[in-house]
Design a protein around this ligand. Structure first.
Ligand code: GTP
Ligand code: MG
Length: 195
């Protein structure tokens, strides 16, 4: 897809704030700091439209970005951030769960994991839950630039096996830094929204 226009739309704290134009939505899930906002910026070729930070847990709302008149990226708050209180985490869970289960225009969830490390308990729980609920998901293993190329296959295998990904399903190798996997990911997204 050629990105002619990309803009921030809203930081939504509840369903009444979700856009009503019924464009397809693609959500990003993943631990705080895994690189969700960076991946959005990479896909739309902008330096900092989706705010990135080295301060984990910064994004606490559902952030909508509109691409052309074609789709929304929905940047979900990062999970598994220890410094957030338990009550806050539970609130977060309900809010996100409601979105993922009930949002009609939602076409695909990109679940980001860090290629360097085996997926965490939170990653596994999230992935299993998405599969169980029948939410379409593409696992994206990012920050590939942080490890040598020769180790990519080994790390991809750990991601696959730790998440228990079904046969024939692969994580997508990605790096926002290198723009690695960008074209392949766009074609997966286009397919998901029937572009
Ligand atoms: P929250 O909004 O807190 O949930 O974090 P996030 O998942 O949106 O992460 P963000 O995109 O803000 O990135 C976190 C940090 O990782 C930043 O310092 C980024 O520059 C860095 N980062 C993200 N993606 C990559 C990547 O592919 N390679 C490298 N080397 N660094 C990355
Ligand atoms: Mg973010």
């Amino acid at each position: 897809m050629k990105v002619n226009q990309a803009e921030f739309i809203i930081s939504a704290v509840g369903p009444s704030q979700y856009p009503e134009d019924a464009l397809p939505e693609i959500a990003l899930a993943g631990r705080s700091n895994v690189g969700k906002s960076s991946l959005i910026n990479c896909l739309i070729s902008r330096k900092n439209l989706a705010r990135t930070s080295s301060q984990p847990g910064k994004t606490q709302t559902l952030n909508y970005y509109k691409v052309n008149q074609d789709l929304y990226f929905v940047d979900l708050p990062g999970y598994g951030y220890a410094k957030v209180s338990k009550t806050k985490r539970e609130e977060w869970g309900k809010f996100i769960e409601g979105y993922l289960l009930n949002r009609e225009p939602l076409m695909l969830v990109m679940q980001l994991v860090d290629l360097r490390h085996p997926p965490t308990k939170d990653d596994i729980a999230m992935y299993e839950w998405l599969l169980h609920m029948g939410v379409p998901v593409q696992v994206v293993a990012t920050k590939a630039d942080k490890i040598p190329k020769t180790q990519w296959p080994k790390h991809l295998k750990v991601v696959r096996e730790t998440l228990g990904m079904p046969k024939g399903v692969q994580p997508l190798l990605f790096s926002s830094e290198l723009k690695l996997g960008k074209d392949e990911l766009w074609s997966i997204l286009e397919q998901a929204i029937g572009y």
